[in-house]
Design a protein around this ligand. Structure first.
Ligand SMILES: NC(=O)c1ccc[n+]([C@@H]2O[C@H](COP(=O)([O-])OP(=O)(O)OC[C@H]3O[C@@H](n4cnc5c(N)ncnc54)[C@H](O)[C@@H]3O)[C@@H](O)[C@H]2O)c1
Ligand SMILES: O=c1ccn([C@@H]2O[C@H](COP(=O)(O)OP(=O)(O)O[C@H]3O[C@H](CO)[C@@H](O)[C@H](O)[C@H]3O)[C@@H](O)[C@H]2O)c(=O)[nH]1
Length: 423
């Protein structure tokens, strides 16, 4: 089994490093964050990813996995995977400065013939640019979801290997040979674009559903029934059809933005994608309007309880969280906000306009409306009779259609769902 370098120990890098060690490779994982590296060296994983701490500890104990802040130990490594951040720049493009800076170092450090693999989501043309540095470049985009990182890495829908150099592509394919998945061997530009195209398609699917939900409300249809029917068509599929407060997270917003910039730069009017982004930008205002209706008056001074702050269930990640976008709209309207999320560290919202509590029942106390923003299944198990007793007005705006309408009704709640009539 080969010696592999992984640069970046975030969601993608740490998962990649731990899973490749699990698959039998010798992995050196490098991150610039010393305290994170120190924690990882002790087997302490900060992110909530099922199975990841176990794999990290097994790798450390077996000696297959090591962590360092120094790129130097990669000097003799012939395959290095870049799992570095590519956030949204001020102009909406992907900011590749971290990737570029690490490449500057690797260019001098790595042995001749070394293969540099981009697992980060990087603009089309990045592999070609790496090739011009004299390194052998392979695009190998990652499709894992937060909260399912290990499961997705070890059971991927596909493994994409984009390379102009067949032997370099073979070296990357060999890393995954123990996984059972279709392997797409293609050119680097197509591999790079396939990643953006997948995320943008998912985002578009969701904006379509969120628009549809509005239409259902106006026409007296139920979006759950409509999407259930649509999803039975194999060409559409049942996944990614749940309406909500908008799509967010560390990837969909920045990647749609970068793809729109790439399209504009190439002189392509990508109208569908532009509309999907615009629909999403307006979603927070739509939720705020529903809350205004639920409160039955101006938001100014109204106490509103928020259930869920993370961008989706199963993660404590607040990056581009639609829940925070809704909170901002409500706070702009003068609402007084209390929020609860089972995975979010309250300290992360210090100084924000949301008073974060670690007790979901405190969110209900004296509330004039409750708003479900994240699809945490445990919200279903709250004592809704107690929630009703604590609230000033028993009203729920369920942006995710998470809670059982019949149960809420039985507990005395008025419910505003998404894509359904209020009851
Ligand atoms: N999060 C996801 O679900 C996901 C899924 C697929 C692809 N991606 C893509 O993968 C890339 C990484 O995303 P992520 O979510 O893992 O990011 P992250 O922010 O969780 O992790 C990035 C890591 O890189 C480290 N880092 C920053 N600068 C460094 C440097 N100069 N040298 C070494 N380490 C450095 C940071 O300390 C951090 O630990 C992005 O391009 C993202 O778009 C993310
Ligand atoms: O039916 C649905 C499904 C999702 N969402 C929302 O869509 C957003 C994105 O969800 P998800 O895709 O599960 O989150 P990520 O973990 O960010 O994963 C996406 O972004 C990653 C980073 O590029 C990719 O690797 C994954 O394939 C891609 O699904 C979240 O706000 C969800 O709440 C809905 O509103 N309704």
């Amino acid at each position: 089994m080969s010696a592999v370098g992984v640069v970046g120990a975030g969601y993608v890098g740490l998962t990649t490093a731990a899973c490749l060690a699990h698959l039998g490779h010798r992995v050196t994982c490098v991150d610039i964050d010393k305290s994170k590296v120190d924690d990882l060296g002790r087997g302490e994983v900060r992110i909530a990813e099922p199975g990841l701490p176990e794999l990290v500890r097994a790798g450390l104990e077996g000696g297959e996995l090591g962590f360092t802040t120094d790129l130097e130990p990669l000097r003799d490594t012939t395959v290095v995977l870049l799992c570095l951040p590519t956030p949204r720049a001020a102009d909406g493009d992907a900011d590749t400065r971290v990737v570029d800076a690490v490449l500057d170092r690797l260019e001098d450090l790595l042995p001749a013939g070394a293969v540099v693999v981009t697992k980060s989501t990087v603009p089309v043309g990045t592999a070609a640019a790496i090739g011009r540095r004299g390194l052998r470049a392979v695009s190998n985009p990652e499709f894992l979801r937060e909260g399912h990182a290990v499961e997705d890495f070890l059971n991927p829908d596909r493994i994409v290997i984009g390379s102009a150099d067949e032997a370099a592509g073979d070296a990357v394919a060999a890393l995954y040979r123990r996984l059972v998945a279709p392997v797409v061997r293609t050119d680097p530009a197509s591999a790079e674009l396939a990643k953006y195209a997948s995320n943008a398609f998912l985002a578009t699917k969701l904006s379509y559903v969120n628009g549809l939900a509005q239409l259902c409300e106006r026409l007296g249809a139920d979006v759950t029934e409509v999407t259930r029917t649509m999803g039975l068509d194999a060409r559409i599929g049942p996944d990614f059809l749940a309406p909500g407060p908008g799509w967010g997270g560390s990837c969909l917003p920045k990647d749609t933005s970068a793809l729109l910039r790439a399209a504009a730069g190439a002189g392509v009017e990508f109208d569908v994608l532009r509309a999907a982004v615009r629909t999403n930008e307006r979603q927070g205002e739509r939720v705020a309007a529903a809350v205004r209706e639920a409160v039955g008056g101006p938001l100014s001074g109204a106490r509103v309880g928020l259930l869920g702050l993370a961008f989706k269930a199963g993660t404590g990640d607040l990056r581009d969280s639609p829940a925070l976008a809704v909170a901002a709209k409500l706070a702009d309207g003068g609402a007084v906000l209390t929020g609860y999320d089972p995975a979010v560290d309250p300290a992360e919202l210090d100084g924000s306009r949301v008073q974060v509590t670690d007790d979901p029942y405190l969110v209900a106390k004296d509330a004039e409306a409750l708003v479900v923003l994240t699809d945490w299944p445990q919200f279903r198990d709250l004592d809704w009779a107690r929630m009703a007793a604590l609230a000033e007005r028993a009203v729920v705006v369920d942006t995710r259609n998470l809670l059982d309408p019949a149960l809420l009704r039985a507990r005395g709640f008025r419910r505003y769902g998404t894509g359904t009539r209020p009851e």
